[in-house]
Design a binder for this molecule. Structure first.
Ligand SMILES: *[C@@H]1O[C@H](CO)[C@@H](O)[C@H](O)[C@H]1NC(C)=O
Ligand SMILES: *[C@@H]1O[C@H](CO)[C@@H](O)[C@H](O)[C@H]1NC(C)=O
Ligand SMILES: *[C@@H]1O[C@H](CO)[C@@H](O)[C@H](O)[C@H]1NC(C)=O
Ligand SMILES: *[C@@H]1O[C@H](CO)[C@@H](O)[C@H](O)[C@H]1NC(C)=O
Ligand SMILES: *[C@@H]1O[C@H](CO)[C@@H](O)[C@H](O)[C@H]1NC(C)=O
Ligand SMILES: *[C@@H]1O[C@H](CO)[C@@H](O)[C@H](O)[C@H]1NC(C)=O
Ligand SMILES: *[C@@H]1O[C@H](CO)[C@@H](O)[C@H](O)[C@H]1NC(C)=O
Ligand SMILES: *[C@@H]1O[C@H](CO)[C@@H](O)[C@H](O)[C@H]1NC(C)=O
Length: 629
């Protein structure tokens, strides 16, 4: 592990001396000039943001404790072990909790590249994040993540070691230190609530008319097992180097497990940071290019159970704040950059292979991946409190190979590279537990289309990616009646171009481009009479130019617009932000409550701070202008 890291350390400063190559993927830059927006706020560190749905407040009268866990200044931490702190649940707010929120705050000034970071508790990841690039005047931001689903781990951590990895390089040029604090906020369950929250382990159903508890798909797991590096000396993430590099961990699943979900954290770096825009190797070779950013533009993360395919996804293309044009991401970060999406794979049909007192191998790999991918996972397990041993069997297993077609054409530095990929799988398995003999069917379809084009002798690049993923989990009774369903449909189109206008001998170039990307996720849950539908659409468009010398942005201008919208059966929430040259021009929030009269209780608990909730239950709408300037 140490040797390649040392080489990287030596290579990094050298790579920065090379100018951006013409006919390659987009690149990664450090902003080395103050945008007008930063100068306008020179008296205070500017707040950077990722506008998403604000975490709803805890129910009224819930006991609350805030626990500062770690505070650390990440200076020259490249190759160092993660920063650690001791964690124990707060005695004043014992479990069970209605909500737990993790806050990750950072402050930095000077010049610095963006970095990747993660927070783990005893090797189980809680947050994957990337940092914003600072201005000399200083910036700060806070990521708040609902971590209630890790309650089992937070309640009784095996060792109580919270680690934060953030590899930073500091020298005469890149001076910024990332000062990070991590805290956890615990909200208990108010007294009037405690009966209502029996959870999956609570009241059992009548065997004649089996039903699932309402919380079946939503209650936090009873146990979380990390699928990550056993020692965290270099971080707990696996560092995947190529497509045959499968990393795994052996786990022994308790005999009372009746549901299993694997949650994956992934982030691509180095040669695969912009995987969605990589040309094929043949193009790189034919043109004698020196770039390592190849292997074309399709990636898929694959999960195996005892070396058998058990699920996969095409990762959402998160753009880090130094990527493509860093001026796009000031002060609004790219979608997901502060809180990278995680991916759930339902492994319940595989319990038949896992529940037998023996150790089993959960593996992770990246189709077509090149160095390097930081990946790890948490295995969430739900345990039956009244059954010592479940019986389970994998019944149907249909995992056809990935179907992929590629069409490449190129003439010297001009090229057009198109890929279409599709994978469909179906698994079912039954498990007998105190809820009955439950059969879980999991049907997944992943489809991706990618087009990378270089024109104008490689000076103009256009990238289009469209990914669609659909997963349906159906739970059936022994008589094959549908007891519950969880359906997720995700779509993420990304489209951008970047034209290099002059690439002078002096290593200076002017790059112009525009970008649009969207994360669209629809989730439907049905459990007996309980139904919930959530739809979120997060869309950004950005446009601008930059003057680049080597990997430094020394002048430029950019505009970014973001529209975030969330809706469920009761709430509609929208936030729109326009930013220009490092400054927020307008930031509008609108929300609408459309619950029924008999949902007044829900009104009170769903009301967000600083917002009006119309107690009559009729539709209430209001616009808040947070920062109209
Ligand atoms: C970060 O922490 C260091 C060391 O405590 C301190 O010198 C520096 O001023 C801090 N930087 C910011 C931006 O707060
Ligand atoms: C893939 O990566 C692994 C781990 O670094 C290495 O051992 C293996 O030789 C690599 N395989 C190829 C084909 O490069
Ligand atoms: C690449 O290098 C080879 C060998 O030096 C040379 O023959 C070929 O013309 C070069 N190709 C291009 C596109 O420059
Ligand atoms: C590459 O495409 C441009 C137009 O985008 C054209 O002017 C140029 O001649 C092409 N170069 C080659 C080598 O075909
Ligand atoms: C390349 O980009 C420049 C600058 O945006 C534009 O003027 C030109 O038309 C583009 N050429 C091609 C062939 O796309
Ligand atoms: C559970 O149900 C499945 C399908 O309904 C059936 O094949 C299996 O034998 C049942 N298991 C037990 C232990 O009854
Ligand atoms: C940046 O570019 C703008 C527009 O071309 C120009 O007015 C300004 O002087 C430039 N700033 C610097 C620092 O070169
Ligand atoms: C915010 O609202 C104002 C006033 O209605 C409008 O002028 C502005 O364009 C809106 N901004 C965004 C980003 O939607």
């Amino acid at each position: 592990m140490m040797a390649p890291r040392l080489i990287l350390l030596l290579l990094l400063p050298l790579l920065h001396l090379l100018g951006p190559a013409l006919a390659e993927s987009p690149d990664h830059y450090a902003v080395r000039f103050a945008p007008p927006g930063a100068v306008a706020n020179a008296d205070a560190a500017q707040e950077y943001l990722d506008p998403t749905y604000p975490i709803p407040p805890p129910p009224p009268m819930a006991p609350t404790c805030t626990l500062p866990v770690l505070s650390y200044s990440f200076a020259d931490t490249y190759g160092a072990a993660p920063a650690t702190a001791f964690y124990a649940p707060p005695p004043g707010c014992p479990a069970p909790w209605s909500q737990v929120v993790l806050s990750f705050s950072a402050e930095i000034s000077g010049d610095q590249y963006d970095r990747v970071a993660a927070v783990w508790l005893d090797g189980a990841e809680l947050l994957r994040t990337t940092t914003a690039e600072p201005t000399p005047e200083g910036i700060r931001w806070t990521v708040r993540k609902d971590v209630t689903r890790y309650s089992a781990l937070l309640r009784s951590p095996p060792r109580g070691v919270l680690s934060v990895m953030l590899e930073n390089l500091v020298n005469d040029v890149f001076t910024g230190l990332y000062n990070v604090t991590v805290s956890l906020e615990f909200h208990g369950i108010p007294p009037y609530f405690s009966d209502a929250r029996a959870g999956a382990g609570g009241a059992r159903s009548d065997p004649a008319k089996p039903t699932l508890p309402e919380s079946y798909f939503q209650a936090p797991a009873d146990m979380i097992l990390p699928i990550s590096e056993a020692t965290g000396d270099c971080g707990y993430w696996f560092r995947i180097q190529n497509s045959s590099d499968s990393r795994s961990r052996l786990v022994t699943v308790p005999l009372s497990a009746y549901r299993a979900v694997l949650e994956l954290f992934v982030s691509p770096h180095s040669n695969d940071e912009f995987w969605y825009s990589n040309p094929p190797d043949l193009y790189i070779r034919k043109n004698n290019l020196t770039t390592g950013r190849g292997n074309a533009a399709y990636r898929e993360v694959v999960v195996t159970v005892d070396r058998r395919f058990a699920g996969s996804f095409v990762p959402f293309p998160v753009i880090y704040t130094g990527g493509i044009n860093p001026l796009y991401w000031q002060p609004v970060s790219a979608l997901g950059a502060f809180d990278l999406p995680t991916y759930d794979i339902e492994l319940t049909p595989f319990l038949g292979l896992l529940v037998d007192k023996k150790a089993h191998e959960i593996g992770i790999s990246v189709v077509d991946g090149i160095a390097e991918w930081l990946v790890d996972a948490n295995l969430h397990l739900w345990l039956d409190p009244s059954w010592v041993e479940v019986e389970a069997k994998l019944a149907r297993y249909e995992a056809p190979r990935l179907s992929i077609s590629r069409r490449y054409s190129s003439q010297l530095l001009n090229g057009s590279f198109s890929i279409k990929a599709k994978r469909k799988s179906f698994f079912s398995g039954w498990v007998t537990c105190s809820l009955g003999n439950l059969t879980t069917e999991v049907e997944t379809e992943v489809e991706a289309k990618s087009l990378v084009q270089f024109t104008n002798d490689g000076r103009n690049k256009t990238v289009q990616l469209k990914v669609e993923q659909e997963t349906e989990v159906v739970v059936r009774s022994e008589k094959r009646n549908k007891m519950g369903k969880l359906k997720t449909e995700a779509e993420y189109p990304l489209c951008f171009y970047m034209d290099t206008e002059h690439a002078g001998e002096d290593g200076m170039s002017v790059m112009k481009g525009s970008l649009s990307h969207t994360l669209d996720v629809e989730t439907k849950v049905e459990c007996g009479s309980f139904e919930k539908e959530v739809h979120l659409v997060d869309k950004q468009t950005a446009d601008g130019w930059m003057l680049v010398r080597d990997h430094d942005v020394i002048n430029g201008s950019a505009t970014t617009s973001q529209k975030y919208s969330y809706s469920d059966d009761q709430w509609e929430y929208q936030r729109s932000i326009d930013a220009v040259d490092g400054m927020v021009l307008s930031d509008n929030v609108s929300e609408k409550y459309s619950g029924q009269d008999d949902d007044l209780q829900a009104t009170a608990s769903a009301c967000l701070p600083g917002r009006s909730c119309d107690g009559t239950g009729s539709a209430a709408e209001r616009k808040v202008d947070i920062a109209a300037m």
